[in-house]
Design a protein around this ligand. Structure first.
Ligand code: SAH
Ligand code: SF4
Ligand code: F3S
Length: 508
């Protein structure tokens, strides 16, 4: 992490008296409710630019270190960058070890039970760290904090936690820390209803080559198995000019790649009441910015429109990788999942994309063992995978999430059967990945060099536009650059190749 934040915020004066503070502590106990989180209001989303760190908190972290452990998706990774930005402005510095941290935050994920179990395991381990250092401040934030069952469990079992806050009030981190420092009780401040968009939050980005840019927050799709619409609130799009400015800022600062983020980026702009402006329009403007690579994730097949395909077909700096989660290959299961497309319409969309972008690499997320999934239905997932020929896919065993509609359906596929299906699916996917990767042999791809390979320091590693991991031997100064590599070797998970040194042109 670099230790400079991207902006310096204005400093406000905190004029509350001691008495105000005591009320403040009492009102700070705000537990979450998934039931409230489900509601979708009609109110317009406001864009706020009034974030600042109260004067009395600006130096509260001087001489102290923070450590943030991040679970879950890129949205969480990026939230961690924002929290790191806020903490840096409060005087804290980052550390890579829990042992010398004064503040530890667990930025959690609620997507599946095993994601949650990891966090509870970590909270158990942290009991020792807290015993060794009673002044350690321990916070739980992220998607799990939005669930009342989790908050209740922490209150009951993990008294070592000092503060719990959610995904909608990250900008309140300074005040939450202040409360936790001065209160004897566990501070719980979770907003069930999403807040407005706060535009001027600081961030400390991880690295200076690849940057994440949120284009929207929340999700209104309510797939029946999924907790995200409850933990992240309603869909709220950032204004195009704010996004474009952030991408330009990264380009000016030498970033080579930007990934536009949202749970369902294809719904971008649908919540604007004053302009007709969608993801296609946004991508059409961003592709003209002088930055080598633009990625975007995650696409929902339902809202993937022709305008977007037309813009993506220009390629240029827009990469040829589309993550287009199908979740299942059977239309009845898709209906039960409320994905609102069918096997046939998904395949039609894939055909359109392949026709417009012949070298497109398609990847997916797939769930096995959804309630009542039969062998025949599962076979349709296998046949769809074979038909589309995904370059790769994340595969998951269905995990019931309390509060979601699917959790009320009987989770009746035995675990053994779920595991067998997962293995079979992965074997089919791996065969396809290997076949697709072998087709790259002899081709030249552009690789954004990210660093040394973990296994061998003499080997550099990076990603191609199609998001393939490419390993090759080359000098260290290539790290952070986009270089050409001729592919000579293909495995299931990565490609190997030779760096093609481009000689500088000599003027004569
Ligand atoms: N917004 C993205 C997905 C975000 S969650 C989309 O709609 O594609 C990432 C993936 O986790 C999902 O695509 C889905 O495959 C998986 N997932 C979500 N809820 C799950 C659950 N309850 N059990 C198992 N997998 C789940
Ligand atoms: Fe979850 Fe569906 Fe929203 Fe993706 S689109 S985050 S799977 S509800
Ligand atoms: Fe997990 Fe929340 Fe992302 S549940 S997948 S961290 S939006």
């Amino acid at each position: 992490m670099t230790n400079t934040t991207e902006k310096t915020s204005a400093v406000a004066t905190d004029t509350r008296s001691k008495k105000d503070y005591s009320n403040y502590f009492q009102s700070a106990y705000q537990p979450p409710s998934l039931k409230d989180a489900k509601k979708r209001g009609k109110e317009a989303v406001k864009v706020l630019t009034d974030f600042n760190i109260p004067e009395n908190l600006v130096n509260i972290g001087v001489g102290k270190k923070f450590y943030i452990r991040t679970y879950g998706c890129q949205m969480n990774e990026h939230d961690t960058e924002v929290m790191a930005g806020i903490l840096t402005e409060m005087g804290y510095t980052a550390t890579v070890s829990v042992d010398d941290a004064d503040l530890v935050l667990l930025n959690t994920c609620a997507i599946r039970e095993n994601a949650e179990n990891k966090v509870f395991g970590e909270l158990g381990h942290l009991k020792t760290a807290k015993a060794n250092n009673p002044n350690l401040l321990l916070g739980v934030c992220g998607c799990m904090s939005q669930e009342e069952s989790v908050v209740n469990k922490i209150l009951k079992t993990y008294q070592n936690v000092d503060m719990i806050f959610g995904t909608h009030n990250i900008h309140r981190l300074p005040q939450i820390i202040e409360n936790a420092l001065f209160s004897k009780e566990m501070v719980v401040e979770v907003w069930s209803k999403e807040g407005d968009i706060v535009e001027n939050l600081p961030r400390v980005r991880k690295g200076n080559v690849k940057g994440w840019v949120n284009i929207m927050y929340g999700c209104d799709k309510f797939c029946t198995y999924c907790i995200v619409p409850y933990t992240r609130g309603k869909e709220r799009s950032r204004r195009p000019e704010d996004i474009i400015e952030e991408v330009r800022h990264l380009a000016r600062n030498g970033y080579k790649e930007v990934t536009l983020l949202g749970q369902n980026v294809n719904a971008y702009g649908k919540d604007f009441t004053d302009i007709q402006y969608g993801l296609g329009d946004l991508m059409d403007e961003i592709r003209k910015i002088d930055i080598p690579r633009i990625r975007f994730t995650t696409s929902h097949p339902r809202d993937f429109d022709d305008r977007l395909i037309e813009v993506l077909a220009h390629q240029g700096n827009i990469v040829e990788h589309i993550h287009l989660p199908v979740q299942h290959g059977n239309s009845d299961v898709l209906k039960l999942m409320a994905r609102k497309y069918t096997r046939e319409s998904y395949l039609e969309l894939v055909a359109k994309i392949k026709a417009a972008i012949p070298d497109a690499a398609l990847t997916s997320d797939i769930i096995v063992g959804f309630p009542n999934e039969t062998d025949e239905q599962f076979e349709e997932t296998i046949s769809l995978v074979k038909e589309v020929e995904f370059d790769a896919a994340y595969t998951f065993i269905y995990s019931p999430r309390d509060g979601t509609p699917a959790a009320k359906m009987e989770d009746n596929v035995p675990l053994e059967v779920k595991k067998e299906r997962l293995q079979r699916l992965n074997a089919v996917l791996n065969d396809i990945s290997l076949k697709k990767n072998k087709a790259y042999i002899g081709k030249i791809v552009e690789v954004l060099v990210e660093g040394e390979s973990r296994k061998n320091a003499d080997v550099l590693t990076g990603h191609s536009g199609a998001n393939k991991v490419v390993n090759f031997a080359g000098p260290k100064h290539l790290i952070g650059e986009i270089v050409k590599v001729r592919i000579t070797d293909a495995k299931t998970w990565n490609l190997g190749g030779e760096w093609i040194e481009e000689k500088a042109e000599v003027a004569n």
